[in-house]
Ligand binder design. Structure first.
Ligand code: ZN
Length: 148
């Protein structure tokens, strides 16, 4: 069990959950959405500022477990400079990776640390939650999205 947890909470995940990057409200955001994962109690609000068809800035705030926080932190770093279409494609890769454990795209970069999450089905929703929020934000849905 300890080894499995070690595997899950890899160094990158621990680092990003302890000191989340881009953890702040973004007053200049023009796309925002809140993601809720009632099973774990995660609540993540994602802020995006899109200019010229690309993400200029991405931040988040909220409360959640280490996995959801680390995922949101890495998301905000990863989506910067990307177009909405690129982010949608990345969502599909992340979703496949956290459910099957297979990283099928080199675009995943550091996100590949979440591949181990597939061994913990209850944690899959924690990892994918910020990505659901990102898609909802891109679609201009201001309401809350829930994993349930
Ligand atoms: Zn969680």
């Amino acid at each position: 069990m300890f080894d499995e947890l070690q595997d899950l909470y890899q160094q990158v995940i621990l680092d990003h959950s302890r000191s989340p990057r881009n953890y702040r409200v973004l007053p200049s955001a023009n796309k925002t959405a809140q993601g809720l994962n009632p099973l774990c109690g995660d609540s993540i609000t994602l802020y995006l500022r899109i200019e010229g068809g690309r993400v200029e800035e991405a931040t988040f705030q909220g409360a959640g477990c280490a996995i959801s926080k680390a995922s949101a932190s890495l998301l905000t770093e990863t989506v910067k400079g990307k177009t909405p279409d690129e982010i949608r494609a990345l969502f599909d890769h992340v979703h496949e990776m956290v459910t099957t454990g297979k990283a099928t795209s080199s675009d995943l970069g550091k996100l590949a640390v979440f591949a181990g999450v597939h061994k913990f089905p209850a944690r899959v929703k924690c990892a994918i939650l910020p990505w659901h929020a990102a898609l909802a934000a891109l679609e201009g849905k201001e309401e809350k999205v829930s994993t349930e």
